[in-house]
Design a protein around this ligand. Structure first.
Ligand SMILES: Nc1nc2c(c(=O)[nH]1)N[C@H]1C(S)=C(S)[C@@H](COP(=O)(O)OP(=O)(O)OC[C@H]3O[C@@H](n4cnc5c(=O)[nH]c(N)nc54)[C@H](O)[C@@H]3O)O[C@H]1N2
Ligand SMILES: Nc1nc2c(c(=O)[nH]1)N[C@H]1C(S)=C(S)[C@@H](COP(=O)(O)OP(=O)(O)OC[C@H]3O[C@@H](n4cnc5c(=O)[nH]c(N)nc54)[C@H](O)[C@@H]3O)O[C@H]1N2
Ligand SMILES: [Mo]
Length: 759
């Protein structure tokens, strides 16, 4: 949740969706993209007669199962949600007690919502006023309601605004912190939650620790290495605290300085080499620039079980290395599910042929670069009872992956991974038949624990937390308030939860700050011994003695505080979420009324255009059709894994475009005929037309699972012998438009324009 944990994990779980009385889905298509998880949605309908509401620009397979469906114009969800909020407030359907006790800033939301009459919303979103009112009534009146989103909300310049307003809608209805409620983000890749938790992001360290000196020093200590040595790995110390390039725009780091390219801020040097574990290259926007960047690199290393199609896209002939990475079946370790729970994976087979698991590839690289000892040392260390870091007695070699798992549990306190020891996670996986499908509660040997110990799992005996922010159960069983991360007060208003909001069984009444060494005695009403004072860390996040967490558990409180969820983020360009038209909007009139953000210099090191590009011309005149991209059930991501399967490829042997017959007819395009899609970037792709009524005549849909063709050119001759997949085609990313989220920089692949033409 954007305003508390910072990133999009599920607050509840897939099983818990069965407890919902209403389910509203914004921009997700789980019938196709989470077909196993979608069974819980269908069971909610069976068990509770839950009302399923789908908001999507396309009539999807999920929409086909819905009770109510709104076919929204891409990029207008904020207007739609404000329309809902306006109706909720006007009818007094909001949960006043909840808002008073646990939320900050709802008055500002109410003011903005008042501007969004159902008629105005209808004009902006294309959804009728009656439909909006009907959806709002059904959703607001069926408690608890769960709110689901995925890429249809995030992949916009306003993605962050979308993913803030959705939780605000839930807060207004008192739907957060209850079973059957919450904001439940259907995450993407296998273990994407774990990857995010482990710092695979350009703006933080593992566990969402910041990039400040304090965090680096905590990690240096925890890794048992010299802080100054770490500093020495950087060009200069200042670079330790700067955000890196993001995957979305790494190519800008190569192309900067060429005419027309965005400027970069990278210590006066361009990027020269690219090392890829997995993909992300043929699946991002601006493939023409990606290709140019690949061609201009000095070295490319692609570690993948398949041939990464970046190698096919580039004209570069030398210094392109394909490393055969092993798959998940050839190694072991734990992964994290979309609801923050861990599961162990046992190795199925030894790595085949000369392939190596990713960690072996990284170990070899660390050896060659001369820091293997520093890289692996932490696996030999432990915390001593007096808060020091010491070598485990007699331990000289590590056991993979158990010692890495225990290292993570020892260091990552921010999100509460302390309880995730290798032994415990394995026990959960071994006993997975001993847990309830809906609640995750364990039986028999697993009594008192929830499946996969969903984080925060505060201690080595803690149960895990199945529903975030639930004050109705004790902290020892997963209860908690909202997190205190943004100070004690703002504009003179306390950020603590009200007196009336206490976590069940807590020794403290009402809200309280996060616990530090400085405030622990006052807040908990305890007296520390001199010895305790000596060994305690400055705050719960860096306390190697774990004493703060221990004292908090004794008092029945969460160490991160009991605060208010905030609707206002005072450091963001939009303090409350605001509707802004996509950079390439099909409604030029609305782009004037709801312009994009000011251009953003040094956005993850790249100067990024917003309003200057949006207002530079009437894009809709030349490119009148909305371009929607997304997924198919038989293919995954950039698709090379599945297109290499004869049977999966056979289901969609060619890249295609869903097009309404009326639009097709206007351009003389026939069902099954070839068509061009042109982008405002001046790029184009050639694909097969497929008549479909899932889209309106003002929009088309293309999947992004293909690669191997580039602007009409078949490049599959570049595959090394015997590696060509059964299906190849144009990448959607060749025509998705320029445009990046203002905070996260995710590309605007779900809000852009194009022009179709008969090929
Ligand atoms: N079969 C299969 N499953 C997958 C994947 C896969 O590639 N194939 N990928 C995995 C990954 S990495 C992810 S992130 C998830 C993604 O899962 P989803 O987010 O469900 O995937 P998409 O199909 O990209 O987008 C969802 C829906 O958003 C809609 N949409 C587009 N624009 C808008 C908009 O402006 N507003 C609204 N409300 N909706 C909009 C699209 O029409 C689409 O139906 O799926 C995961 N599961
Ligand atoms: N137009 C458009 N573009 C999009 C999206 C969209 O909706 N529309 N969605 C975006 C999203 S949410 C995502 S997540 C991306 C997905 O795009 P990618 O992440 O680029 O797609 P995948 O095909 O899932 O890439 C995974 C790669 O990892 C390899 N692999 C599998 N197992 C292992 C392993 O154990 N080790 C190593 N080293 N490699 C392995 C696979 O062979 C494959 O090449 O696409 C993004 N791009
Ligand atoms: Mo994803």
């Amino acid at each position: 949740m954007a305003n508390t944990w910072g990133y999009g994990a599920m607050t509840n779980s897939l099983g818990d969706i069965q407890n919902a009385k209403a389910i509203i889905i914004f921009g997700a298509n789980p019938a196709v993209n989470h077909p196993v998880g979608f069974q819980h949605f269908l069971k909610a309908k069976e068990r509770n007669n839950a009302q399923l509401i789908v908001i999507d620009p396309r009539f999807t397979k999920t929409a086909a199962k819905a009770d109510l469906f709104a076919q929204i114009r891409p990029g207008t969800d904020i207007a739609f949600m404000y329309g809902m909020l306006n109706i909720i407030f006007a009818n007094g359907w909001e949960d006043k007690k909840y808002i008073d006790g646990r939320v900050y800033g709802m008055d500002d939301i109410r003011k903005e919502a008042a501007k969004w009459s159902a008629e105005k919303v209808a004009d902006v979103t294309g959804v009728s006023a009656e439909k909006l009112i009907q959806i709002t009534r059904v959703y607001a009146k069926s408690n608890p309601g769960t709110l689901i989103w995925a890429m249809g909300l995030t992949q916009h310049t306003t993605g962050t605004g979308n993913t803030r307003l959705a939780p605000i809608l839930q807060l207004a209805l008192g739907n957060v912190g209850v079973e059957g409620g919450g904001t439940n983000i259907l995450r993407g890749h296998d273990n994407v939650q774990g990857a995010t938790d482990m710092g695979c992001l350009a703006d933080n360290l593992p566990g969402y620790y910041g990039l400040g000196e304090g965090s680096w020093k905590y990690f240096a200590k925890s890794w048992g290495i010299d802080y100054e040595w770490l500093v020495g790995r950087f060009k200069a110390k200042e670079w330790m605290s700067k955000k890196g390039f993001s995957l979305a725009r790494w190519y800008a780091g190569v192309l900067a300085g060429k005419p027309g390219e965005d400027a970069i801020h990278n210590a006066d040097t361009n990027l020269k080499a690219l090392v890829v574990l997995g993909n992300g290259i043929t699946s991002i926007s601006q493939q023409a620039k990606v290709k140019e960047a690949l061609d201009n690199l000095e070295m490319i290393v692609l570690a993948d079980p398949f041939v990464n199609e970046a190698a096919i896209l580039t004209d570069k002939k030398d210094d392109v290395f394909l490393l055969p990475a092993a798959t998940q079946f050839e190694t072991s370790g734990y992964v994290v599910a979309t609801n923050r729970s861990a599961q162990w994976r046992y190795q199925v087979v030894e790595p085949l042929y000369e392939s190596k698991p990713d960690q072996e590839i990284m170990f070899e690289l660390a050896k060659k670069l001369g820091f293997y000892d520093e890289f692996t040392k932490a696996m030999l260390l432990e915390e001593t009872p007096d808060g020091k870091i010491a070598q485990v007695a007699g331990k000289t070699t590590f056991v993979w992956p158990d010692d890495a798992t225990n290292e993570i549990a020892r260091i990552i306190k921010t999100i509460g991974l302390t309880g995730w020891t290798a032994e415990r996670i394995k026990k959960h996986t071994d006993n997975w038949h001993m847990f309830d499908e809906v609640t995750g509660r364990g039986f028999g040997p697993m009594k008192g624990e929830y499946y996969g110990l969903p984080w925060p799992c505060w201690t080595k005996t803690h149960s895990g937390s199945p529903v975030l922010y639930n004050t109705n159960i004790p902290v020892s069983e997963g209860g908690m308030g909202f997190r205190n991360r943004f100070g004690m007060e703002h504009n003179g208003v306390s950020q603590m939860a009200a007196e009336s909001v206490s976590v069940k069984g807590s020794k403290i009444k009402g809200g309280h700050p996060e616990i530090t060494k400085a405030n622990i005695e006052a807040v908990l009403g305890i007296k520390l011994t001199d010895k305790e004072k000596e060994i305690m860390g400055a705050n719960w996040k860096v306390d190697n003695s774990n004493l703060i967490v221990k004292k908090c558990m004794e008092a029945g409180i969460a160490p991160y505080g009991n605060a208010r969820a905030r609707a206002i983020v005072w450091t963001f360009p939009d303090q409350i979420p605001m509707h802004r038209e996509p950079l390439h909007s099909s409604r030029t009139d609305l782009a004037k009324e709801f312009p994009s953000f000011a251009d953003k210099p040094n956005h993850y090191r790249v100067d990024t255009k917003y309003v200057s590009l949006q207002q530079s011309k009437d894009f809709a005149k030349e490119f009148p059709t909305n371009l929607i991209t997304g997924r198919l059930v038989n293919l995954n991501g950039a698709g090379v894994e599945n297109r290499a399967s004869k049977y999966l490829a056979a289901l969609t042997p060619e890249m295609f475009c869903d097009i309404h017959p009326d639009l097709a007819h206007e351009h003389g395009i026939r069902d099954g005929g070839m068509m061009w899609i042109h982008s405002p970037e001046g790029t184009k792709i050639k694909v097969k037309a497929k008549f479909s009524f899932s889209v309106n005549p003002d929009r088309i849909f293309i999947p992004f699972h293909f690669a191997g063709f580039f602007q009409g050119e078949d490049r599959t001759g570049n595959f090394p012998e015997g590696t060509k997949p059964y299906a190849s085609g144009e990448s959607a990313g060749t025509v998705t438009n320029y445009g990046y989220d203002i905070i996260t920089q995710i590309p605007e692949t779900k809000g852009g324009l194009c022009r179709v033409e008969k090929a």
